[in-house]
Design a protein around this ligand. Structure first.
Ligand code: ZN
Length: 114
């Protein structure tokens, strides 16, 4: 029979949403300030840990960052052209050509109008 166990009780504190434009270091400083304020005013705290979500996205198009893996690079059906290699981004021509430029790989024949 399935039994439900409840544990790891905790309270999460989220900073004001209007502060979301701050840099990562500024946000970590804000979290440290919040932690100090909570410790100063609240009893019964066992531990406080700073947490945040991380995602990778393309600086050119803003789409979630994805790259060709080894199998995809070896399978010609995923390639942009014969110069595609493992690690090449898949989102946009600007990212592909930037990747290739950094590695001395010939650019795409066409830039897709970008
Ligand atoms: Zn992109």
């Amino acid at each position: 029979m399935k039994k439900v166990i409840r544990d790891n009780y905790r309270v999460e504190i989220t900073p004001d949403p209007w502060r979301s434009g701050l840099s990562h270091d500024q946000m970590r400083g804000l979290l440290a300030d919040l932690e100090k304020a909570v410790r100063r005013h609240v009893d019964g705290i066992g531990d406080m840990v700073q947490r945040w979500d991380t995602r990778e996205e393309c600086s050119h198009c803003g789409i979630r960052w994805e790259e060709l893996n080894a199998a995809e690079a070896a399978d010609g059906s995923f390639d942009q052209d014969e110069h595609s290699v493992e690690g090449e981004p898949v989102c946009c021509y600007a990212a592909i050509n930037e990747f290739r430029s950094e590695r001395g790989i010939p650019a795409l024949a066409e830039d897709g109008g970008q």
